[in-house]
Design a protein around this ligand. Sequence first.
Ligand code: NAP
Length: 319
Amino acid sequence: MSEPQFDPTQSFGIIGAGALAHNLAAAWTHRQPTQAIDVWARHASAGLALRDAVARAVPTSVAEPSGEAEEDPRSGVRLLNGIDECCTVHTIVLAVRDQDLRDVAIELAGHPSEVPGAVVLHASGALSLDVLKPLQTAGYAIARCHPLVSLRRKADPHAFEGVGFAVDGEAFARDRAQGLARWLGGWVLPAIPTEAAAVQYHAAASLLAGGVGTLFEHALDGMARALGDRDSARRGLIELLRSVAHNLEEVEPRDALTGPSARGDVEVVRSHLASLTPQGADLYRALLPTMLELAHARGSLSDENRDRMLEFLAREGVR
Ligand SMILES: NC(=O)c1ccc[n+]([C@@H]2O[C@H](COP(=O)([O-])OP(=O)(O)OC[C@H]3O[C@@H](n4cnc5c(N)ncnc54)[C@H](OP(=O)(O)O)[C@@H]3O)[C@@H](O)[C@H]2O)c1
């Protein structure tokens, strides 16, 4: 069976002007330079900021200077005057915060679709499709299309390249979402079978994305104090992080583990804990039992060194 295709000559729109909206509008403009993307931003200044950011990031896009009345551009970002104008758009992405999704879906449902085959997508990893249900009776097919990526308010035309998308929903809308994911340069993850699995999926993603960011904060603090230069510390740590990611692409996490904890070096670990911020030391302590388990499982940590480390951890109050 052939994979669903996305038709970029049909109209495409976004509700919202935040992180997802910025990246999506830039990616669209980069890939479809001859057709504008429709954006409904409830605050005019946010819409103009998005439009300018996209015009800067994708120079082929035609955008009016900030604050001036908008003609009807054939490329770049076309700002809509109200959510009611979305009813003539073929594919609409609700790029609003999760807590606002339900209200926005209800508001849009007040403006039934005027085009055949209209689809509305949400991009939340935490919420199910239920939140879009009010739209079904207004002539919109619905799907969830969650990009497994960390986005910030930046117009990056390449933001979705290589990214896995979790997609589910009504068959027609799901096909549209899968086609969109591939058209953006991404790929479609295996279907998530149940809502419980969807929670597991999102918990795993949040643990990694949030966890790495949090660890980085404390590693950067310690490294910057050691080097006396935060920029060099960041640059050095980013390369370290890249090397970890690269190793994790090729081997199992336990085989990628390096450092004194993996060797069971109690004295080095003790001095590390003393040198970190209290929060950084707490994070280090919390990770140590799992590090030991992984190192022991791969056979690089002897029983004797593991026991010495466990005794040390017990004295540190770690179970
Ligand atoms: N950021 C990520 O890394 C990421 C990754 C994957 C998926 N997602 C998903 O993408 C979706 C959007 O997240 P985000 O990070 O882009 O959020 P965000 O940066 O906080 O932006 C949310 C946008 O929604 C707008 N908005 C809220 N209520 C609205 C309404 N009633 N009408 C019109 N616009 C409204 C906000 O406008 P105001 O500024 O006026 O409040 C803001 O522009 C969420 O479902 C999120 O789970 C995000």
